[in-house]
Write a protein that binds this ligand. Sequence first.
Ligand SMILES: [Fe+2]
Length: 353
Amino acid sequence: MRFVAANCLREGMRLAKPLYRGTNTMLSSGITLNNLYIDGIRRSGYSGAYIDDDLSRDIEVIDVISEELRMETMNGIRKIITTAQQGHRSARPLNISAQVERIVRELSGNRDVMVNMLDLCSFDNYTYSHSLNVAVLSLVLGMAMNFPVGDLVALGSGALLHDIGKVFINKAIIQKRGPLTPEEFEQVKTHSRVGYDYIMAEYRLPPRNCRPILEHHERYDGSGYPAKKRGTEISLYGRITAVADVYDALTSERPYRKALPPNEGVEYIMASAGTLFDPEAVNAFTRKIAPYPVGTSVALSNGWTGLVVRNYASYCLRPKLRIYQKDGAAVEPFEISLKDDFNYLNVTISGAS
Ligand SMILES: [Fe+2]
């Protein structure tokens, strides 16, 4: 399968992964796209879709966590948010730690996989999807930094709930598409503290689990909020969650902003190491995140276009490629490894295609 951007989807293409509206299936895998479906995909806010064709049939895109666990966790987050919105206590609060433990177990099975965070997410489930992505990405970084399981569960629990405080902010401000007034921004900035207090009181999680909620907008150089903490005044959990939060926000399609392609999101994070973000967290991030995920197309400096077939840990800019175009003209596909083939040492990826 391969990823095709929403504006490049065409009639007759066959969907390789299902697309959801909320937690319901909008289009099943295997379906042949027509213009009506394509229009629906674009309007729902999907940045693209995975399709199957002759060029990509044998390419497998490995999900870091299963679709089942993903939907179940998103449903759990939805319940926590709804309970908070209704202002009453949950009779049976979700066992957050147990849920995060399951995510950790699945991720442990994929330890060597470069993480493909190219996300299929529609506008209507952005909140839940973003919460889960930030948790998964934070956990991947924690694992790259050799955290023991107990620390991973603590980190993941807070990361999963990092934005819960937004429930208590005026909806009109949260959903506003234009720039916020200074007063509105001050209100938004309260969500870290309010969310932290709420989860501590209602779910009785240990304080260290809640640090990502309180600190995910703190910045390494002291430019963040709510407390303008800097460096190691911010917990390691907070520093990791900040990286995960910003990367996922940048690479997600929003009603008011196009998603950045993964390589540009990675570049932004790398460029902010030591200023906005903890260099150690950024280092773990660059070792685990694929800027050019398997199944995406890239343009090369020699005029070729290829499909990413495989990523190598620590060589994230030198994947294995299936070349299918030269100077825009189709060619009989063949594979090259930018990491291993010495003939291509001077060839670089010039961008996502
Ligand atoms: Fe936030």
